[in-house]
Design a protein around this ligand. Structure first.
Ligand code: PLP
Length: 373
């Protein structure tokens, strides 16, 4: 008897998420010094964490013998004040990934379906499939979300639509007006998850206020994270803003103590650390220009990005090496980037914007890999 055969087919068919290679693993495999490795593979904040968050963590260590506040009272109060949304409309998660899973748990099941775009964030199909629901993949337009196609893809079985704005891994962005038009088109019985993990990186001219739409759209769930600009990826904390009834549902499927003491304290401090957020924003903006300039000098095409990462194209049939060869070549030189075969983008590599020095090391390594062939 094989016990595993008793797991539902849809669970056994899940293809596990492929994370960016950890520094320690690359160091072990290639015999490199960890300190010399540059990891630009997981869209982490190259400045690390906010100093205020670090101080909050140190203070909170003394409390680790106790369970965290399962209702995240203080973090919700801070978020409530920041976004002018009542605390009962906020759900806090173990990373924003947790919010995506909670929405799937609350609304998806066998016989139901969820829509997302081709080349969208890989967690959506995982969350859908784990509930035995069907994935409907809408075609992309120039690697970005085609919101018209996504609305048209909604079937009577569809209960959730996932929209990543900006999207990871492509960095593409749909302007606020386009999202508003989309919301007007989606039936009210379909939950729209607006995943805004990179929202804080948007250039001023592109910013829009999705939180304002919550009043008119009871089916909207706005998801944000502390993993990106706030620099707390390792602590796992994110949140969702939504209708109180939807929040109540998510709280039923949420693990009672899903966000730990350190994460709650750090997130609260990070939210108030304006100086760190501004420095992270400026570092990213300057780094993005540096990478774009460097890539242009190397004659490489890339997808214009609104996030803290950029997708570079390596034409397989031109004179240059394939994306796979470039990935391996960079790894040999201690630079970790992200291959995108799993996103049906085998000719692209995704590179996270690092510090000025890290970006320069990446561009030098890339030039060397291209020259060697
Ligand atoms: C990084 C990312 C997240 C955030 O994940 P966490 O679980 O909060 O670390 C969510 N959505 C997208 C599109 C992302 O790129």
């Amino acid at each position: 008897m094989d016990l595993c055969e008793f797991s539902p087919d849809y669970v056994r068919a899940i293809a596990p998420y492929q994370p960016g290679k950890p520094i320690s693993e690359v160091a072990r495999e290639l015999g490199l010094d960890e300190a010399k490795i540059v990891k630009l593979a997981s869209n982490e904040n190259p400045l690390g964490l906010s100093p205020r968050a670090r101080a909050a963590i140190e203070r909170e260590i003394a409390e680790l013998g106790r369970y965290p506040d399962g209702n995240a009272f203080e973090l919700k109060a801070a978020l409530s004040a920041r976004y002018r949304v009542a605390p009962e409309r906020i759900v806090v998660g173990n990373g924003s990934n947790d919010l995506l899973e909670m929405v799937a748990s609350a609304f998806l099941a066998p016989g139901r379906a969820a829509v997302y775009s081709r080349h969208a964030f890989a967690v959506y199909p995982l969350a859908i499939q784990a509930r035995g629901a069907r994935s409907i993949v809408a075609p992309a337009r120039e690697y970005g979300h085609d919101l018209e196609a996504m609305a048209a893809a909604i079937t009577p079985e569809t209960r959730v639509v996932f929209v990543a704005n900006p999207n990871n891994p492509t960095g593409t962005f749909a302007p606020g007006e386009a999202i508003e038009r989309f919301l007007a088109r989606v039936p009210p019985a379909v939950v729209v998850v607006l995943d805004e993990a990179y929202n804080e990186y948007l250039p001023v001219a592109a910013r829009y206020d999705s939180v304002r739409w919550l009043d008119a759209h009871a089916n909207l769930v706005v998801v944000r994270t502390f993993s990106k600009i706030y620099g707390l990826a390792g602590l796992r904390v994110g949140f969702g803003l939504m209708h109180a009834g939807v929040a109540d549902l998510l709280n039923r499927v949420r693990q009672p103590f899903n966000v730990n003491n350190l994460a709650l304290a750090a997130a609260r401090a990070a939210l108030e650390d304006r100086e760190f957020i501004e420095r992270s924003f400026q570092t990213n903006a300057a780094g993005m220009r540096q990478l774009e300039d460097g890539l242009r000098r190397l004659g490489l095409a890339f997808i214009a990005s609104f996030g803290n990462f950029i997708c570079v194209r390596f034409e397989p049939d031109a004179r240059g090496p394939s994306a796979g060869r470039v990935f391996e070549g960079l790894l040999q030189r201690g630079v970790i980037v992200r291959p995108l075969g799993g996103y049906e983008m085998p000719d692209h590599l995704r590179v996270t914007v690092g510090t000025r020095e890290e970006n320069a090391l990446f561009l030098d390594a890339l030039a060397a890999v291209l020259a060697r062939r």
